[in-house]
Design a protein around this ligand. Structure first.
Ligand SMILES: *Cc1c(COP(=O)(O)O)cnc(C)c1O
Length: 389
């Protein structure tokens, strides 16, 4: 059996008529950049996410960069970033000639560990960028408290988590000052190329984001500030408008798939209950934690952009799965503090043990909504074969 990590074709087939019509509508209009499609999309997101302002942009990376420009991040300012994320989260800080300050992650969710943030705050700290990794909200309550206490901006990297909910029911990305999302095709809501979104409830920030999306000119060709070209194509907005009404259904399917994996792993005696963070000799697979509880017993709504398990012999398992026709990926093999391009920041190995262990042991299994129960059973069976034989 062949199982790809992600197969976008069934989603396109299911929505082909609507999507083709949307693409043709844009072709007929010959209006390609920003304009009415983007404005309608922005309005629909305000309603869907429950935020005041939504601004379509050229990618998730540009959403983050634009957010940093909107808060007037200056050269030499510091921004606190988890050491374990997709490169863009830290890359945008350096591109502003500011300094990313890395923090280790929580061993259950791999999201930034809020208890490690405060000791990294200095007079130069301007913002925190929590990432809602894999589709699960970071622990926002303590982060927002710290931000308030030290007067810092919170810019949420929600690229993998559009519509995920924090345990109090708030939508990840709408809790901090600015939320950033990506419509890259492999995210839960993907367009036909690159695209992204910034959201905020702050009128001043919204104003700054909108002006800097188009080079900072207001009125056009009159520049008080410098922005860039962060415009979204009408074509991408039209595609996203077709897909948005299905997002909750796809999230539910992803959650069901995750539940099926969890159950099969536990039944096969390959794993402990979700939430364990240590390996022992009998149980080889550590599962992701969907029920990330707070003291009141409320749980996160994880939308599983990725389903990540942890295995000691990760690289050997990955090769075995490849040979069995199963595609997997490593998100991410190297934490930021060990990346060559950040060597001038002088972080040493062993500085962030949780992230380093995550980088060595985690592996992403296929989780897309159309994945069948048979495919999941096949994957679990192959992992059983690898571990038990
Ligand atoms: C995908 C991703 C981004 C970047 O989004 P693009 O649209 O690819 O530029 C940023 N942060 C995280 C955590 C991501 O997963």
């Amino acid at each position: 059996m062949k199982v790809p990590l992600l197969d976008l074709k069934p989603q396109y087939q299911a929505l082909k008529k609507e999507l083709d019509e949307a693409v043709l509508r844009v072709a007929e209009s010959q209006h390609f950049i920003l304009g009415p499609e983007v404005e309608k999309m922005e309005g629909e997101f305000c309603e869907f996410l429950g935020c005041k302002y939504a601004i379509g942009v050229s990618s998730g990376t540009d959403a983050l960069l634009l957010a940093l420009m909107a808060i007037d991040l200056k050269p030499g300012d510091e921004v606190i970033v988890p050491t374990y994320s997709f490169f863009a989260t830290a890359g945008v800080v350096s591109r502003m000639n500011a300094k990313p300050v890395f923090v280790d992650c929580d061993p259950v969710t791999f999201n930034i560990d809020p208890s490690l943030i405060e000791k990294n705050i200095t007079a130069k700290t301007k913002a925190i960028i929590p990432v809602h990794l894999y589709g699960q909200s970071a622990d926002m309550e303590p982060i927002m408290k710290l931000a308030k206490k030290h007067k810092l901006y919170v810019i949420e990297d929600g690229a993998q988590a559009i519509s995920a909910q924090y345990k109090d029911g708030k939508i990840a990305g709408t809790i901090g000052d600015i939320g950033c999302y990506s419509f890259f095709p492999s995210k839960n809501l993907g367009c036909f190329g690159d695209g992204g979104l910034v959201v905020t409830n702050d009128e001043k920030l919204a104003h700054s984001l909108k002006i800097k999306r188009v080079h900072g000119g207001k009125p056009k060709y009159h520049h008080k500030v410098i922005g860039g070209n962060f415009r979204l194509d009408a074509l991408q907005a039209a595609v996203i408008r077709v897909k948005l009404p299905y997002l909750n259904y796809w999230s539910e399917s992803r959650r069901k798939n995750a539940e099926t994996y969890n159950q099969l792993f536990i039944e096969a005696e390959l794993a402990e209950e979700p939430g364990r963070t240590e390996f022992d000799s009998k149980n080889f697979v550590l599962l992701p934690e969907a029920k990330y509880k707070n003291l009141k017993g409320l749980t996160n709504y994880h939308i599983y952009n990725q389903y990540i398990i942890r295995v000691e012999k990760r690289d050997v398992l990955r090769q075995f799965l490849t040979d069995s026709g199963i595609s997997t990926e490593i998100y991410y093999p190297i934490p930021f503090h060990l990346q060559e391009c950040f060597s001038d920041l002088r972080y040493k190995k062993d500085k962030f043990p949780v992230a380093e262990k995550a980088a060595e042991t985690s592996i992403a299994l296929p989780i897309y909504p159309e994945l069948t129960k048979e495919q999941i059973a096949y994957i679990v069976d192959k992992i059983r074969e690898f571990i038990k034989e």
